[in-house]
Write a protein that binds this ligand. Structure first.
Ligand SMILES: [Zn+2]
Ligand SMILES: [Zn+2]
Length: 386
């Protein structure tokens, strides 16, 4: 496919995906479309025993490298004003996962053209359910990535202009934990607080104290965060309730800080509860670990991107999470931010990814995969001409 044809194909595919967003685990139409396009391009589909998502492979025997795109949209009503805006009411590709899928398809087409020369195999993962996290773990549980020597993914960035790549070694996105705390006291008449244990006052003290957790326990140069996002207690004006429920999230960039925050939060909740004569029940739900780029493969990816003409910047770090981190727990991986033009942030109804970044993104993914195969096969200057 010549460059002009590939560019148009990617733009058309992206526009179709953008106008047909589906939520996590509901990506049936998206999956069918991707499988149809991969088959059209004679790319070998692999069985992926999941209800949505797809996997494909290019190459022959030898080392294995993986490329991953997520494919789900968000429950947002689009307000981008694009001619190819969402046709699915209340659903939007507001995180650019449509861009990721289209760029990965482009990489597949480019790699297919060089298949006979590849010194190994590239496995393409179109992953469901990144936003409602768990998709990456489900893919890993299938065993489809067994033996991968490296894994790469791009993510759209509305903070970077087209032609720019944001990439740094080490942690770039946060570990995401969720917690629910239930304070139990003793309900009583509002006029006789002495006869009960007031969980509302207890919860208020805890919420204030919690805001010292990061500032008094973590290195001030590290990025950590704890937020209470829901408080629920009581149902009338003259009764002190029996229980108060709090929900929130903790974000951290290292395993050590993650453990510290979890342990200190437990100690603080139990300590405050004991001080007030109540008790605390804590349900801690661990999400993805920090997205952490392998230093060696990051150097490699930066060199490939430079050769492809990308302007390089440090990764735009965030305390949002990314389930790509689950892959990085098992394989060395690189998660890079590709500039898709300045726009409203990811998850905004006005988010836009500029299709001009599609072809460079596809080329970069293909070159990363081919170069990584070369590196794993002992030929560190192999590029497959990509
Ligand atoms: Zn997102
Ligand atoms: Zn995303």
């Amino acid at each position: 496919m010549d460059e002009g044809a590939l560019k148009s194909f990617l733009e058309e595919t992206f526009a179709w995906l953008h106008s047909h967003p589906e939520l996590s685990y509901e990506e049936h139409e998206t999956t069918a479309k991707l499988k149809e396009l991969l088959t059209d391009k004679h790319i070998t589909l692999l069985g992926l025993p999941l209800a949505t998502g797809a996997a494909a492979e290019i190459g022959r025997s030898g080392p294995l490298v993986a490329l991953r795109a997520d494919i789900d949209g968000l429950p947002i009503t689009e307000a981008s004003g694009l001619p190819y805006a969402s046709q699915n009411r209340g659903r939007m590709h507001a995180c650019g996962h449509d861009f990721h899928a289209a760029a990965l398809l482009g990489a597949a087409i480019l790699l297919k053209e060089h298949e006979a020369d590849l010194p190994g195999r590239v496995r393409l993962i179109f992953q469901p359910a990144e936003e409602n996290p768990g998709g990456a773990r489900k893919v890993l549980e299938t065993g489809i990535l067994k033996g991968a020597g490296a894994i790469f993914a791009l993510h759209t960035s509305p903070l970077l202009p087209v032609g720019t790549l944001g990439l740094s070694p080490g942690p770039v996105m946060a570990a995401v934990d969720r917690f629910v705390i239930r304070f139990r006291g003793q309900g009583c008449h509002a006029a006789h607080p002495d006869r009960g244990v007031d969980v509302i006052t207890l919860a208020a003290h805890f919420i204030s104290a919690l805001q010292t957790l990061v500032s008094r326990n973590c290195d001030p140069f590290a990025a950590n965060l704890v937020s209470i996002t829901r408080v629920s207690a009581g149902n009338t004006w003259n009764v002190l309730p029996e229980t108060a429920e709090l929900e929130g999230t903790a974000r951290s960039m290292t395993k050590e800080d993650r453990r510290l925050i979890r342990d200190r939060l437990h100690a603080l909740a139990q300590g405050e509860a004991a001080a007030f004569g109540g008790e605390a029940l804590i349900d801690w739900q661990a999400g993805p670990p920090p997205t952490t780029n392998d230093a060696g493969w990051t150097d490699f990816a930066l060199a490939v991107a430079r050769r492809q003409g990308f302007a390089l910047q440090d990764a735009p770090k965030s305390l949002a999470g990314e389930d790509f981190a689950y892959y990085q727990e098992q394989f060395p991986g690189v998660f890079a931010s590709i500039g898709t033009g300045l726009s409203a942030p990811n998850h905004s109804p006005e988010f836009i990814a500029d299709p001009a970044a599609l072809l460079p993104g596809a080329r970069l993914l293909a070159a990363l995969a081919a170069g990584a195969l070369g590196k794993l096969a002992g030929d560190s200057v192999y590029t497959a001409g990509l």
